[in-house]
Design a protein around this ligand. Sequence first.
Ligand SMILES: [Ca+2]
Ligand SMILES: [Ca+2]
Ligand SMILES: [Ca+2]
Length: 279
Amino acid sequence: MNSNVLFVTTLLFTTTPCLAQVYAGYPDIPAEAIASGTSVINYTPGPGVVSPENTPSYALGNPNDQATSLGRGGSIIVTMAPMALIGDTTSAADFYVYEYKVYNSWDTYVSSDNKTWLKIDPVSSEENGTGTVKGYDVDSLGASPYPYIKLVDTSNESGASSAGADIDGIVIASAKQSAEYNIVDTDTRNGKVFNLEQEKTSGAVDVKIIDKANGVIHVPFTTDDSLSPVALSVQGNFDCDDEKDLNILAVRKSDGVAVNIIKDISGNDIRTIDNSVIN
Ligand SMILES: [Ca+2]
Ligand SMILES: [Ca+2]
Ligand SMILES: [Ca+2]
């Protein structure tokens, strides 16, 4: 009896943290993030939004207290390539929008082709002093993958450089790969598999990380056909933290020079070595 109770307690403590994704300050979400916005397809701010709040890339990646303001009636279209949003086959939210500071309203749409847009209403909304997090369930719309998400300000707020909804990040909890890849090299570390790969159509280069539970994230190195990837090495402590860092060797197509590009597993640049100037 006692050992059963102990077992159940241990299980709860070891599994619960995996079910929540935490971004500093914001309300937690009951899901694991597997992708976030990787590129902005269109940004059309309303009047009066100026630098730095008109920086479209602030809406990409994980929420980090840097937000793109939409302005009155403004909009932004974001993709999460090489991933595409799909339903998780339940009524749980499949993606989350993080809006910074004082709440400003917006409408949310998804699209399979960047032409036909389906409006989607939130199934959850949490707010605190840092901002607002809304969750959206795409199973209610049908089963196709949605590579595009569009947000349109409805706040009617104008006159400030940060007017309108302030989009800090879009976090995807259910997604699949939207593209085909050639795998160039592979490495393993601490039970994770790291594959250096190139997308067949666009030439985009990334490192795909597969964890023990077959969870997948992609760390982009280029979004275009500018590199020929050669080799991958996964190592620690390039930037003196405990995270593993990714070192790829690639040939830069513009001048044929071999470069080492080193990023952390969140995709942040650490160092690039141009081998034509290193003897
Ligand atoms: Ca769902
Ligand atoms: Ca706001
Ligand atoms: Ca941000």
